[in-house]
Design a binder for this molecule. Sequence first.
Ligand SMILES: [Zn+2]
Length: 290
Amino acid sequence: MDSSSGLRVILIPNNSDNYCYYCYSENTRDGFFVDVCDADKAIQFAKDFGVTPKYVLTTHKHWDHSAGNEAMAKEFSGTDPIHIVGGSKDKVKACTWPVDDGDEITIGDIKIKCMHTPCHTKGHTCYYVTTESDITEDSVDRNKNDATGYAEVAGFSKCVFTGDTLFVGTVGKFFEGDAEQMHQNLERLHDLPSETQVFPGHEYTIDSLKFCQKMDTRNDALENLMEECETLQSEKYPTVPRSIQVVREVTIFCRYKDSKVQQLADTDSEVETLRAIREAKDKGTTLGVI
Ligand SMILES: [Zn+2]
């Protein structure tokens, strides 16, 4: 692996379990923030790190993902003001660059593809990010950044910021949509290259995997990931990102094609299976054990 090319992401905790991210290209040093709630932290980060950010990508309108937008716009104004990107149907705070499905944004050698993923909110948007790189096999190196003290990860050339749509072990609540929409969102996310690193909006992994374990008691990938994540959390390290392949293997919500999971939901419909798992989790129960 060549650590001097590809993407590097710094994880900036916000609130009790939100993640704000700063992602940049190792080649050009061009980068962007994702989901700024606490602008003071993002501004301090930019100072410590010596960057003048030009973009904030917002996954959705909820305050814990967008409350910092106004202050970011104020701080980084002037002749080349910062762009605040957000889904056009979500009326994101201070948004200056509304995006629709399939829109692309280029930042240096970084390409960002906007994926409209409605369900948690009407305009929820995931951002699929790629860069030119000579990395032949994506991996994740986890370190602490010397300048900022935050955890950072590198070693990959593809990632997706999934906000409150897909987490490691769960999916977001269906506040403004239904299981059909979430099913479509998951199908599209699952279609990304399997090594794509998933960066969700919250550190929900341990609790989410516990729910998965209640229904899925014989899944080695799930057991192994739980063990690794418990160690990381005990050392105060983030458990994310994880590849889309791993997320698919461990997350019971993503397993709606599995006939054993469908049987628990008493249906052969993928959408109904997903709906049943979400309803069970919302009620604090499960559908049983596969
Ligand atoms: Zn939300």
